[in-house]
Design a protein around this ligand. Structure first.
Ligand SMILES: Nc1ncnc2c1ncn2[C@@H]1O[C@H](COP(=O)(O)OP(=O)(O)OP(=O)(O)O)[C@@H](O)[C@H]1O
Ligand SMILES: Cc1ncsc1CCO
Ligand SMILES: [Mg+2]
Length: 257
Protein backbone atom coordinates (compact mmCIF):
# COMPACT_ATOMS: atom_id res chain seq x y z
CA UNK A 1 0.00 0.00 0.00
CA UNK A 2 1.36 3.48 -0.84
CA UNK A 3 2.03 5.88 2.01
CA UNK A 4 -0.91 8.14 1.15
CA UNK A 5 -3.23 5.11 0.97
CA UNK A 6 -2.09 4.05 4.44
CA UNK A 7 -2.88 7.57 5.67
CA UNK A 8 -6.33 7.49 4.07
CA UNK A 9 -7.00 4.06 5.54
CA UNK A 10 -6.51 5.56 9.04
CA UNK A 11 -8.79 8.51 8.18
CA UNK A 12 -11.47 6.11 6.94
CA UNK A 13 -11.19 4.03 10.14
CA UNK A 14 -11.56 7.22 12.17
CA UNK A 15 -14.70 8.26 10.29
CA UNK A 16 -16.21 4.75 10.46
CA UNK A 17 -15.65 4.19 14.17
CA UNK A 18 -16.09 7.77 15.44
CA UNK A 19 -14.05 7.09 18.61
CA UNK A 20 -14.90 8.81 21.87
CA UNK A 21 -11.92 11.02 22.74
CA UNK A 22 -11.62 12.19 26.35
CA UNK A 23 -10.05 15.64 26.64
CA UNK A 24 -8.74 17.31 29.75
CA UNK A 25 -7.76 20.53 28.06
CA UNK A 26 -7.66 24.27 28.60
CA UNK A 27 -10.37 26.94 28.92
CA UNK A 28 -9.09 28.83 25.87
CA UNK A 29 -9.58 26.08 23.30
CA UNK A 30 -12.21 23.75 24.71
CA UNK A 31 -14.94 24.72 22.24
CA UNK A 32 -12.67 24.87 19.15
CA UNK A 33 -11.19 21.49 20.04
CA UNK A 34 -14.57 19.82 20.47
CA UNK A 35 -15.75 21.24 17.14
CA UNK A 36 -12.59 20.17 15.35
CA UNK A 37 -12.97 16.61 16.67
CA UNK A 38 -16.62 16.51 15.57
CA UNK A 39 -15.72 17.95 12.17
CA UNK A 40 -13.15 15.25 11.46
CA UNK A 41 -15.58 12.55 12.57
CA UNK A 42 -14.55 11.76 16.14
CA UNK A 43 -16.71 12.12 19.21
CA UNK A 44 -15.34 14.52 21.86
CA UNK A 45 -15.97 14.59 25.59
CA UNK A 46 -14.49 17.32 27.75
CA UNK A 47 -14.41 16.23 31.40
CA UNK A 48 -12.12 17.24 34.23
CA UNK A 49 -14.03 16.67 37.48
CA UNK A 50 -12.05 14.49 39.86
CA UNK A 51 -15.31 12.68 40.67
CA UNK A 52 -15.80 11.40 37.12
CA UNK A 53 -12.57 11.32 35.11
CA UNK A 54 -11.91 7.64 35.76
CA UNK A 55 -15.40 6.70 34.54
CA UNK A 56 -14.94 8.84 31.43
CA UNK A 57 -11.56 7.26 30.67
CA UNK A 58 -13.19 3.85 30.96
CA UNK A 59 -15.76 4.58 28.24
CA UNK A 60 -13.34 6.49 25.95
CA UNK A 61 -10.98 5.17 23.30
CA UNK A 62 -8.16 7.63 24.03
CA UNK A 63 -7.13 10.42 26.38
CA UNK A 64 -5.83 13.92 25.56
CA UNK A 65 -4.00 15.78 28.33
CA UNK A 66 -3.35 19.46 27.64
CA UNK A 67 -1.81 21.69 30.32
CA UNK A 68 -2.79 25.08 28.84
CA UNK A 69 -4.60 26.52 31.85
CA UNK A 70 -3.51 24.58 34.89
CA UNK A 71 -4.81 24.62 38.42
CA UNK A 72 -4.56 22.16 41.28
CA UNK A 73 -7.89 20.35 40.82
CA UNK A 74 -7.27 19.95 37.09
CA UNK A 75 -3.81 18.54 37.69
CA UNK A 76 -5.20 16.09 40.25
CA UNK A 77 -7.84 15.05 37.69
CA UNK A 78 -5.17 14.61 35.00
CA UNK A 79 -3.15 12.31 37.27
CA UNK A 80 -6.20 10.15 38.03
CA UNK A 81 -7.14 9.97 34.36
CA UNK A 82 -3.62 9.04 33.27
CA UNK A 83 -3.36 6.26 35.85
CA UNK A 84 -6.73 4.87 34.75
CA UNK A 85 -5.80 5.10 31.06
CA UNK A 86 -2.63 3.09 31.65
CA UNK A 87 -4.50 0.52 33.75
CA UNK A 88 -7.04 0.04 30.95
CA UNK A 89 -4.44 0.23 28.18
CA UNK A 90 -5.98 3.29 26.50
CA UNK A 91 -3.56 5.42 24.49
CA UNK A 92 -2.84 8.96 25.66
CA UNK A 93 -1.33 12.06 24.08
CA UNK A 94 0.21 14.92 26.03
CA UNK A 95 0.37 18.60 24.99
CA UNK A 96 2.89 20.40 27.25
CA UNK A 97 1.51 23.90 26.55
CA UNK A 98 3.93 26.63 27.59
CA UNK A 99 6.22 24.26 29.49
CA UNK A 100 9.31 26.24 30.41
CA UNK A 101 7.30 29.44 30.97
CA UNK A 102 6.82 28.77 34.69
CA UNK A 103 8.13 26.47 37.39
CA UNK A 104 4.58 25.16 37.89
CA UNK A 105 4.34 24.08 34.26
CA UNK A 106 7.77 22.43 34.37
CA UNK A 107 6.95 20.53 37.56
CA UNK A 108 3.50 19.49 36.26
CA UNK A 109 4.91 18.26 32.96
CA UNK A 110 7.51 16.20 34.83
CA UNK A 111 4.83 14.73 37.09
CA UNK A 112 2.59 13.87 34.15
CA UNK A 113 5.37 12.12 32.26
CA UNK A 114 6.53 10.19 35.30
CA UNK A 115 2.97 9.11 36.16
CA UNK A 116 2.84 7.16 32.89
CA UNK A 117 4.62 7.60 29.59
CA UNK A 118 2.46 9.42 27.05
CA UNK A 119 2.19 7.36 23.86
CA UNK A 120 2.61 10.63 21.97
CA UNK A 121 3.84 14.08 22.99
CA UNK A 122 3.00 17.03 20.68
CA UNK A 123 4.39 20.50 21.20
CA UNK A 124 5.87 23.42 19.33
CA UNK A 125 9.65 23.65 19.06
CA UNK A 126 10.10 25.74 22.22
CA UNK A 127 7.99 23.33 24.23
CA UNK A 128 9.76 20.21 22.99
CA UNK A 129 13.15 21.80 23.69
CA UNK A 130 12.07 22.84 27.18
CA UNK A 131 10.71 19.38 27.81
CA UNK A 132 13.96 17.80 26.79
CA UNK A 133 15.66 20.25 29.16
CA UNK A 134 17.69 21.74 26.40
CA UNK A 135 18.15 25.49 26.76
CA UNK A 136 15.17 27.17 25.25
CA UNK A 137 13.63 30.62 25.08
CA UNK A 138 9.97 29.81 25.64
CA UNK A 139 7.96 33.02 25.61
CA UNK A 140 4.46 32.29 26.88
CA UNK A 141 2.68 29.66 24.81
CA UNK A 142 4.02 30.52 21.33
CA UNK A 143 7.17 29.07 19.85
CA UNK A 144 10.25 31.25 19.48
CA UNK A 145 12.27 28.73 17.49
CA UNK A 146 11.61 26.79 14.29
CA UNK A 147 10.60 23.15 14.44
CA UNK A 148 13.82 21.82 12.86
CA UNK A 149 15.84 23.37 15.71
CA UNK A 150 14.11 21.02 18.12
CA UNK A 151 14.75 17.75 16.30
CA UNK A 152 17.68 16.73 18.51
CA UNK A 153 15.59 17.48 21.61
CA UNK A 154 12.69 15.42 20.28
CA UNK A 155 14.99 12.50 19.46
CA UNK A 156 16.41 12.60 22.98
CA UNK A 157 12.91 12.64 24.49
CA UNK A 158 11.65 9.90 22.23
CA UNK A 159 14.62 7.70 23.07
CA UNK A 160 14.24 8.24 26.82
CA UNK A 161 10.52 7.60 26.78
CA UNK A 162 10.34 5.09 23.92
CA UNK A 163 7.41 6.95 22.38
CA UNK A 164 6.45 9.26 19.52
CA UNK A 165 7.31 12.97 19.77
CA UNK A 166 5.73 15.48 17.40
CA UNK A 167 7.18 18.95 16.82
CA UNK A 168 4.69 21.21 15.05
CA UNK A 169 5.56 24.22 12.93
CA UNK A 170 5.95 25.17 9.27
CA UNK A 171 7.24 21.62 8.92
CA UNK A 172 5.96 19.06 11.39
CA UNK A 173 8.35 16.35 12.54
CA UNK A 174 6.90 13.10 13.83
CA UNK A 175 9.76 11.37 15.58
CA UNK A 176 10.55 7.92 16.99
CA UNK A 177 13.91 6.30 17.60
CA UNK A 178 13.66 4.54 14.25
CA UNK A 179 12.30 7.19 11.94
CA UNK A 180 11.46 10.85 11.31
CA UNK A 181 8.32 11.62 9.29
CA UNK A 182 7.83 15.13 7.92
CA UNK A 183 4.65 16.99 7.01
CA UNK A 184 5.08 20.34 5.30
CA UNK A 185 1.47 21.14 4.43
CA UNK A 186 -0.45 23.93 6.13
CA UNK A 187 -0.33 27.72 6.15
CA UNK A 188 1.37 30.37 8.34
CA UNK A 189 -2.07 31.68 9.32
CA UNK A 190 -2.43 28.54 11.43
CA UNK A 191 -0.01 29.95 13.98
CA UNK A 192 -2.08 33.16 14.24
CA UNK A 193 -5.17 31.46 15.66
CA UNK A 194 -5.09 30.31 19.23
CA UNK A 195 -5.38 26.62 19.84
CA UNK A 196 -4.36 25.22 16.45
CA UNK A 197 -1.67 23.27 18.25
CA UNK A 198 -4.20 22.04 20.78
CA UNK A 199 -6.43 20.98 17.87
CA UNK A 200 -3.51 19.08 16.35
CA UNK A 201 -2.99 17.27 19.65
CA UNK A 202 -6.69 16.40 19.93
CA UNK A 203 -6.74 15.03 16.38
CA UNK A 204 -3.69 12.93 17.27
CA UNK A 205 -5.88 11.71 20.15
CA UNK A 206 -8.56 10.70 17.64
CA UNK A 207 -6.07 8.93 15.36
CA UNK A 208 -4.33 6.95 18.13
CA UNK A 209 -7.78 5.76 19.18
CA UNK A 210 -8.10 3.88 15.87
CA UNK A 211 -4.47 3.14 14.87
CA UNK A 212 -1.99 1.47 17.21
CA UNK A 213 1.06 2.47 15.15
CA UNK A 214 1.27 5.78 16.97
CA UNK A 215 3.83 7.32 14.65
CA UNK A 216 1.59 6.58 11.67
CA UNK A 217 -1.46 7.84 13.57
CA UNK A 218 0.32 11.08 14.53
CA UNK A 219 1.53 11.61 10.97
CA UNK A 220 -2.03 11.20 9.69
CA UNK A 221 -3.23 13.75 12.26
CA UNK A 222 -0.65 16.30 11.10
CA UNK A 223 -1.60 15.60 7.46
CA UNK A 224 -5.26 16.22 8.35
CA UNK A 225 -4.27 19.56 9.94
CA UNK A 226 -2.10 20.52 6.98
CA UNK A 227 -4.62 19.56 4.29
CA UNK A 228 -7.46 21.40 6.04
CA UNK A 229 -5.19 24.40 6.65
CA UNK A 230 -4.24 24.59 2.97
CA UNK A 231 -7.84 24.43 1.79
CA UNK A 232 -9.04 26.97 4.36
CA UNK A 233 -6.25 29.45 3.57
CA UNK A 234 -7.25 29.57 -0.10
CA UNK A 235 -10.72 30.92 0.69
CA UNK A 236 -10.06 33.05 3.80
CA UNK A 237 -9.75 36.85 4.12
CA UNK A 238 -7.99 36.77 7.48
CA UNK A 239 -7.76 34.83 10.72
CA UNK A 240 -11.46 35.08 11.60
CA UNK A 241 -12.76 33.53 8.42
CA UNK A 242 -9.81 31.12 8.45
CA UNK A 243 -10.96 29.70 11.78
CA UNK A 244 -14.44 29.05 10.39
CA UNK A 245 -13.16 27.76 7.05
CA UNK A 246 -10.79 25.42 8.84
CA UNK A 247 -13.72 23.60 10.45
CA UNK A 248 -15.50 23.46 7.07
CA UNK A 249 -12.35 22.02 5.52
CA UNK A 250 -12.06 19.36 8.22
CA UNK A 251 -15.67 18.29 7.76
CA UNK A 252 -15.39 18.29 3.94
CA UNK A 253 -12.02 16.53 3.81
CA UNK A 254 -12.61 13.55 1.53
CA UNK A 255 -9.14 12.21 1.02
CA UNK A 256 -5.68 13.19 2.23
CA UNK A 257 -3.35 14.46 -0.50
N1 LIG B 1 4.28 28.53 9.30
C1 LIG B 1 3.45 27.48 9.23
N2 LIG B 1 3.16 26.92 8.04
C2 LIG B 1 2.33 25.87 7.95
N3 LIG B 1 1.72 25.29 9.00
C3 LIG B 1 1.98 25.79 10.23
C4 LIG B 1 2.84 26.90 10.41
N4 LIG B 1 2.91 27.18 11.74
C5 LIG B 1 2.11 26.28 12.35
N5 LIG B 1 1.55 25.44 11.46
C6 LIG B 1 0.61 24.33 11.75
O1 LIG B 1 -0.27 24.81 12.74
C7 LIG B 1 -0.62 23.79 13.67
C8 LIG B 1 -0.28 24.26 15.09
O2 LIG B 1 1.11 24.27 15.23
P1 LIG B 1 1.86 25.32 16.20
O3 LIG B 1 3.30 24.91 16.19
O4 LIG B 1 1.54 26.71 15.81
O5 LIG B 1 1.21 24.92 17.59
P2 LIG B 1 1.25 25.66 19.00
O6 LIG B 1 2.33 26.67 19.05
O7 LIG B 1 1.25 24.62 20.04
O8 LIG B 1 -0.18 26.38 18.97
P3 LIG B 1 -1.18 26.74 20.17
O9 LIG B 1 -0.41 26.69 21.45
O10 LIG B 1 -1.70 28.10 19.84
O11 LIG B 1 -2.27 25.74 20.18
C9 LIG B 1 0.16 22.55 13.22
O12 LIG B 1 -0.73 21.73 12.48
C10 LIG B 1 1.27 23.11 12.32
O13 LIG B 1 1.60 22.21 11.30
C1 LIG C 1 -3.31 31.35 24.72
C2 LIG C 1 -3.30 30.23 25.67
N1 LIG C 1 -2.92 30.44 26.98
C3 LIG C 1 -3.00 29.34 27.70
S1 LIG C 1 -3.51 27.97 26.84
C4 LIG C 1 -3.68 28.90 25.43
C5 LIG C 1 -4.17 28.30 24.16
C6 LIG C 1 -3.07 27.95 23.23
O1 LIG C 1 -2.28 26.94 23.67
MG1 LIG D 1 0.47 24.74 21.96
Amino acid sequence: MSEINRFNYVLTKLRKTSPLVHNITNYVVMNNTANALLSIGASPVMAHAIEEVEDIVAISSSLVINMGTLSKNWVDAMMLAITKAKELNKPFVFDPVGVGASTYRIETAKNIISRATPNVIRGNASEIMALAEITSTTKGVDSTVSSDAAIAAAQKLSKELNNTVVISGATDYIITQEQINEVSDGHPMMSKITGMGCTATAIIGACIAVESDYQLASTVAMKIMGNAGNTAAKISQGTGSFEMNFLDSLSNLKELQ
